[in-house]
Design a protein around this ligand. Structure first.
Ligand SMILES: Cc1cc2nc3c(=O)[nH]c(=O)nc-3n(C[C@H](O)[C@H](O)[C@H](O)COP(=O)(O)O)c2cc1C
Length: 398
């Protein structure tokens, strides 16, 4: 199916029609009251871009330097678990779309496909890996070795999951603690025949990183539950030191939301941080990433800063870069693309966001992402003026 949607929200709607409800809700949902999830998208709208005119016609260059290389676009595909459950071989399809567009893809520790699977399937572009450090350091060590073998350039250590957020949609759907497919799940899956056929064709899924390890359980639900249980809740900055000593590639710490932690990350020898609240799936009530970004960039003192969370529009990416992000990671936006239309769906999301960035830069009188980076916060309307304009629309005299 060639996905012909015109924006990310359309992709979300198609994904909703194609996926069993438990999976759609798992992707779409956040933790508890979903307040952080809502502000993650909503806070982008509180920022305004400066329109500049008569800048002359210049060819536009959307390429952007981040994580040690020049990428054709200022964003990449971030780590999302279980992609291969949302479309058969979802991780491979997403990575192929990313590489065709000249951007990196990051594989989650909770993926169906392994790094080796991706390489074997011909994904020969830049690959990154997201790591959870497990209580059993031997296993974490093996994941790192697999990343080295696959030529991974950047390792993202996710640090915002010491405790798992309460995801009420999953609890309501009976998805939370399931270790096997219940009749209710089976019924929900049967209601989505195109998805079910795709899965049958692909074969029995499992968590790629623990394939062949009987102690993790016999099916994907058991494997995921066991792996989750093994994530080390006591992870500390000492473990970052350990990983820094072990991993010679680029090290990024994903899940920073406080300037003090950005300073610690720099002191621990990280090469980059990702400002992230895990897509509003962890600490409900935490800040949106775009509102946290400026003070973190100031504290990072030259350490590279990327951002994810709530990115649904090219303008969101332009705003994050204006506020100091070197690049942006997509989450749900591309997952909906994969679920809606496989590789073509992911490619379409990438293309739509690229087109939106192109038009946005043009209307701001800018010819490149580098120019946007140089302009920085001046590319945005000052917050005091945005606040003043918000007051102006209040009915006068009431
Ligand atoms: C379904 C789903 C699964 C995710 N799995 C992981 C994961 O395995 N590892 C990780 O570091 N982050 C994971 N994330 C978080 C994303 O990497 C990213 O931080 C978040 O999705 C960004 O927010 P956005 O989806 O609103 O763009 C997941 C997010 C979603 C939606």
């Amino acid at each position: 199916m060639t996905a012909r949607f015109v924006n990310v929200e359309d992709a979300r709607r198609i994904a909703r029609r194609r996926l069993p409800k438990i999976f759609f809700d798992y992707i779409d949902g956040g933790s508890s009251a979903e307040a952080t999830l809502a502000s993650s998208t909503g806070d982008f709208a509180n920022l305004r871009l400066e329109q500049r005119v008569l800048a002359g016609l210049r060819p536009r260059d959307l390429s952007s330097e981040f994580l040690g290389q020049r990428n054709r676009l200022p964003f990449m595909l971030g780590p999302v678990g279980f992609l291969g459950l949302f479309a058969g071989h979802g991780e491979i399809l997403a990575a192929k779309a990313a590489h065709a567009a000249g951007i990196p893809a990051c594989l989650s520790n909770f993926s169906i496909a392994s790094l080796d699977d991706l390489r074997r399937a011909g994904c020969d572009g830049p690959l990154q890996f997201q790591l959870y450090v497990l209580k059993d350091r031997g296993l974490a060590e093996e994941f790192v070795a697999a990343a080295e073998r696959a030529g991974v350039e950047t390792l993202h250590l996710t640090v915002d999951t010491a405790v798992t957020g309460i995801r009420e949609r999953d609890a309501r759907n009976g998805f939370r603690a399931a270790t096997r497919i219940t009749p209710r799940m089976g019924f929900g899956m049967a209601l989505r025949p195109a998805w079910a056929f795709d899965m049958l064709r692909t074969g029995k899924p499992g968590v790629g990183a623990v394939r062949g390890r009987a102690e993790f359980g016999a099916n994907i639900l058991a494997q995921a539950a066991t792996l989750s249980r093994l994530i080390d809740p006591a992870l500390s900055w000492d473990d970052v030191d350990w990983l820094r000593g072990r991993w010679r590639g680029r090290l990024s710490i994903k899940g920073i939301l406080h300037p003090g932690d950005a300073r610690r990350a720099k002191a621990a020898g990280a090469d980059a941080i990702v400002v992230s609240n895990h897509g509003g799936r962890q600490l409900d009530g935490a800040r949106s990433t775009i509102s946290a970004l400026p003070s973190i960039v100031d504290a990072a003192d030259g350490l590279e800063v990327l951002l994810d969370g709530g990115v649904r529009r090219g303008t969101d990416i332009v705003k994050a870069i204006a506020l100091g992000a070197s690049g942006v990671l997509l989450g749900r936006a591309y997952v909906w693309g994969v679920a809606a239309g496989g590789e073509a769906g992911a490619a379409r999301v990438i293309q739509l966001l690229s087109d939106e960035i192109d038009v946005t830069l043009g209307l701001m009188g800018l010819s490149s992402i580098d120019e946007l980076k140089a302009l920085g916060r001046d590319a945005l309307v000052p917050p005091s003026e945005v606040a003043a304009s918000a007051r102006m629309v209040q009915p006068v005299g009431l």
